[in-house]
Design a protein around this ligand. Structure first.
Ligand code: PLZ
Length: 448
């Protein structure tokens, strides 16, 4: 099978165009091959097979151009095939592709670490270790916190998502599909209640007191190496904790020799309208995990944090064959340069404004929308049975499917699967965002 368009990037026509059924015939053909060859445990939200992507669109092999409200799960914040990413990756690929930083190092890795030290919150000496995936970054943060504190226990929260490896499955809250049948899980992982304003109605201070009570009574600070928390929860439902919750947890950690780890894998790198979501409440984490948006689509992740904590690990204790691969580092340098040049935090704040206005107006008309929330370009609506907080995952799924049919790529999330989330690339053209919201409004009004 040949596809017409192979060049992506921002020059792709920025339009929504549905020219076949979705998925179209070529996608269906590929899907049949995939079904025979790819393990069925690996899913796809929408099996349209991609030919090119860029700016705010994903173009499939049948010529459909979908408005991208997913960014490959908060990854392509600078857009697919962003010019500066393409340029640096191309140069790097031609120079050398891999030596292994643990064998013979190179400048790109060092420069990514320097930049992360400058961009993450906190005015103190910082160091970074790079790896390949978000889950691996979270695992490394736990390793570092354990060595640094000499303690074992790890605290996480309800609705948390931290990955699919053994330790991070233990840290992730939701059973299906992430954990079911995959145990036994790593030990010494404890779960505290999260601040979830729509569902608990608690102030940040009260929610923090409730969580700290669990940590003190069920774990004990003398056993606790770290608290790991997403400042805005991702897979768990785009939950923004009540104001004051994060600072109270961070303060308790620092008073109790507990490492405060912000998992900013989804919320970081301009996504929420700041370099890191912790900044919205002036929270300064000891360690920050980063991935996704940092490298414009190439696999790169890392742990950034206080130099004395990072350096508590013995030489050779951190690493991995591909960690900080030179091509991925080149991509990250291109992505970070683009974020600065285009001020993508400001772009995320503009997206928040547009989406909040439109989603709130929709919620006025649709009682099934129980909550409109999020920060920056990480926005969501939570679907419930009208007048209650009873989750309506079926409705969320139907709205999402209707958007797909109309050429808008949406995602759901949430412990109850009833949250529709929106993660446009931060370079999304305004007219496309407007159009996508129009499609969403029509789809929703047609279903309630
Ligand atoms: N921490 C906060 O959001 C990845 C995963 C989707 P990896 N989220 C998307 C899925 O079904 O696998 C994520 C995250 C937060 C950690 C991770 C894990 O990052 O790069 O997927 O390992």
């Amino acid at each position: 099978m040949t596809t017409e368009k192979t060049v992506g990037g921002p020059d792709l026509p920025q339009e929504r165009k549905v020219v076949t059924e979705i998925p179209g015939p070529k996608s269906q053909e590929l899907h049949a091959r995939r079904t025979a060859a790819v393990a069925s445990g690996v899913g796809s939200v929408l099996p349209v097979y991609v030919a090119a992507a860029g700016g705010g669109v994903v173009v499939d092999v049948d010529g459909n151009s979908l408005i991208d409200l997913a960014s490959g799960i908060a990854v392509t914040s600078v857009g697919n095939s962003a010019p500066e990413v393409v340029r640096r990756v191309t140069e790097q690929v031609a120079a050398y592709t891999h030596t292994c930083f643990m064998v013979a190092p190179y400048e790109g890795y060092v420069e990514v670490c320097e930049q992360l030290a400058a961009l993450t919150p906190g005015d103190f000496a910082k160091k970074t270790a790079l790896c390949n995936s978000g889950a691996e970054a979270v695992e490394n943060a736990v390793k570092i916190a354990r060595v640094h504190t000499g303690k074992d226990a790890v605290a996480v929260f309800d609705h948390a998502y931290h990955g699919r490896t053994n330790l991070t499955m233990a840290m992730t809250a939701k059973n299906m599909p992430y954990k079911n049948g995959f145990g036994p899980f790593a030990g010494e992982v404890y779960r505290a209640p999260m601040s979830y304003p729509f569902r608990d109605g608690l102030s940040g201070a009260d929610a923090a007191a409730r969580a700290i009570d669990v940590l003190e009574k069920q774990v004990g600070a003398p056993n606790l190496a770290c608290v790991v928390i997403e400042p805005v929860q991702g897979e768990g439902g785009f939950i923004v904790p009540a104001e004051g919750f994060l600072p109270a947890i961070a303060d308790w950690c620092s008073a109790n020799d507990v490492v405060f780890v912000a998992d900013e894998i989804q919320s970081g790198m301009c996504r929420t309208g700041a370099w890191f979501a912790s900044e919205h409440e002036g929270v300064v984490p000891d360690l920050v995990t980063v991935a996704k948006g940092m490298a414009g689509g190439l696999p790169l992740a890392g742990v950034v944090g206080r130099a004395e904590m990072m350096d508590s690990v013995h030489g050779g204790g951190l690493g991995g064959t591909y960690g900080g691969n030179p091509v991925a580092c080149a991509a990250a340098l291109g992505a970070m340069a683009t974020m600065k040049e285009l001020d993508l935090s400001a772009a995320a704040r503009r997206i928040e404004q547009t989406m909040t206005d439109r989603l709130r107006a929709l919620a006025e008309k649709v009682p099934a929308i129980g909550d409109v929330r999020g920060r920056g370009a990480m926005m969501a609506i939570e679907l419930v049975e009208p007048g209650t907080t009873k989750p309506d995952s079926a409705l969320a799924g139907k709205i999402s499917a209707a958007c797909h049919q109309q050429g808008v790529l949406t995602l759901t999330c949430g412990t109850y699967g009833n949250v529709l989330r929106f993660l446009p690339p931060l370079v999304m053209p305004e007219h496309l965002l407007d159009e996508a919201l129009g499609v969403l409004e029509e789809a929703t009004l047609g279903l309630v």
